[in-house]
Write a protein that binds this ligand. Structure first.
Ligand SMILES: Cc1ncc(COP(=O)(O)O)c(C=O)c1O
Length: 463
């Protein structure tokens, strides 16, 4: 996401050099994208910031895209890029995937919406059950709706109000989770009992106060908060591997202890797999890390480029929905077009056998980036898993949000993004983001990425 995070680390790289190169590369991007500028000037008159979602804002303006095919995208100025952004991690199937396209086109001719169940939703729910190990599923239209419903279910199941989340995590834009998303250093409060910081305006303080943050990768801190709030916490919502402050994997044993502690305190464990589901393993983080939560939230890659999401739950929780105790609604839930896309994506494209290939391509890209980091002495390291990865501009590995804030060199990261864009790599904007590979990425695409990254490394370290 392109958000103003306050990653404020400063590496040993010469600040003057970073600043000169940033100015030069920003001027290049500006010169290359006059048609985007025109679109922006039109768009800003009718959409705040000239974009449909604030995460699409960018400096000097967003690069407006015309079309995509496989790993290629073309902007409105006619430039071709290799896409590593992939729509914030959605397009793991590659752009204009013919299998998904055929399934969706066939569905179009049969009617696209009835607000009555169709076969597609049964097939997709069966497939999600197989992949993620939870027996019951409902559908939504986005990751935000999935996490909102999961919070309702945790509260409905426990009769408690309080929600715990991980400091520095994003779970969509509803009231319960727009808390301690990207707080600034001076807002954080005590690490073991952080302040609840609203992410922008528009959220009643009373609701913000019902969500408390805990640090990632620290089960002792979680245990202390659960003991302090005994009997009050409905659920803990978390990404099993953090993917909105670069990629931070769980330390060994952490997720297992989180599972034990939440169970012991009667707290529902919600794995937000909006980013990890269908991208880091056949059965997402749940399968990859071998820890079974009570609820799983999905969206992004599972619907192959269409706006859908899903929530997985236990039989016990499903009974709350089936009995009407907790209301889970939506006119477009299980929309036949989205289900056709999800069915083709999950059963024909992102099948079990493709994950080894994604992992292999990712390992190759990570290793090549690490080799350049080492050769040029950059204060950085590579991290990632499955289809996801990034170069993190910090001299030592991050374990939690406070590390991200204090150790990541945000200016260096922004400069790397500019180099990618100016060298034909469409890269996720924002210091906090990562790349997502698709099944279409080839060795040539990786070589192209590396040429851009090496140009950056060479220029920024040469005196
Ligand atoms: C982990 C996570 N959860 C939830 C969401 C919200 O998903 P959506 O943008 O589809 O509402 C996001 C979006 O980036 C996310 O990264």
């Amino acid at each position: 996401m392109s958000v103003e995070t306050t990653a404020a680390g400063q590496s040993a790289i010469d600040r003057e050099r970073i600043s000169q190169l940033t100015e030069r590369e920003m001027a290049r991007l500006t010169e290359r994208t006059p048609a985007s500028k025109d679109r922006y000037e039109r768009a800003v008159k009718v959409m705040p910031g000239g974009v449909p979602s604030s995460f699409q804002e960018n400096d000097p303006w967003p690069v407006y895209i015309e079309r995509g095919q496989g790993t290629a995208v073309w902007d409105v100025d006619g430039y071709q890029y290799v896409d590593f952004h992939n729509g914030f991690g959605v397009m793991c199937i590659g752009h204009a995937n013919p299998t998904v396209g055929t399934a969706v086109k066939a569905r179009v001719d049969l009617g696209t919406h009835f607000a009555a169940p169709t076969d597609g939703s049964i097939v997709v729910a069966e497939e999600l059950t197989r992949r993620f190990g939870l027996p019951q599923w409902r559908f939504t239209n986005s990751g935000t709706e999935s996490t909102m419903d999961a919070v309702h279910l945790a509260r409905g199941a426990t009769g408690r109000d309080m929600i715990l989340k991980i400091e520095g995590s994003y779970h969509g834009h509803h009231d319960a989770v727009m808390v301690s998303v990207y707080p600034e250093l001076e807002e954080l409060g005590d690490r073991n009992d952080p302040d609840s910081v609203p992410y922008g305006a528009g959220y009643p303080r009373a609701l913000t106060d019902l969500t408390r943050a805990v640090p990632f990768n620290d089960a002792d801190a979680l245990e202390a908060v659960l003991s302090k709030l005994e009997g009050q916490v409905a659920g803990l919502i978390m990404e099993p591997a953090m993917m909105n402050i670069n990629v931070i994997p769980p330390v060994p044993g952490y997720l297992e202890r989180v599972r034990e502690l939440t169970a012991a305190h009667g707290v529902k464990l919600i794995f937000d797999e909006v980013k990890t589901g269908a991208t880091i393993a056949y059965g997402g983080a749940t399968q990859r890390f071998g820890v079974q939560p009570d609820l799983i939230t999905l969206a992004k890659a599972v619907c192959g480029g269409y706006p859908g999401g899903a929530i997985g739950m236990t039989e016990e929780t499903a009974e709350l929905v089936a009995s009407g105790k907790v209301h889970q609604y939506g006119t477009f839930n299980g929309n036949p077009l989205v289900m056709a896309a999800a069915q083709a994506t999950l059963t024909e494209v992102l099948t079990e056998d493709v994950y080894a290939g994604l992992e292999q391509t990712n390992e190759r890209l990570k290793a090549a980036c690490q080799e350049v980091v080492d050769r040029y002495g950059l204060p950085a390291y590579t991290e990632g898993m499955g289809a996801k990865g990034c170069v993190i501009f910090a001299a030592e590995p991050l374990r939690e949000y406070r590390d991200y804030l204090s150790k990541v060199d945000g200016e260096l990261s922004t400069l790397a993004w500019l180099y990618h864009m100016n060298h034909g790599i469409f890269m996720t904007p924002g210091v906090e983001e990562e790349w997502t590979l698709s099944i279409a990425h080839s060795d040539d695409d990786i070589d192209h990425y590396m040429a851009a990254f090496e140009a950056f490394a060479r220029d920024v370290t040469s005196s």
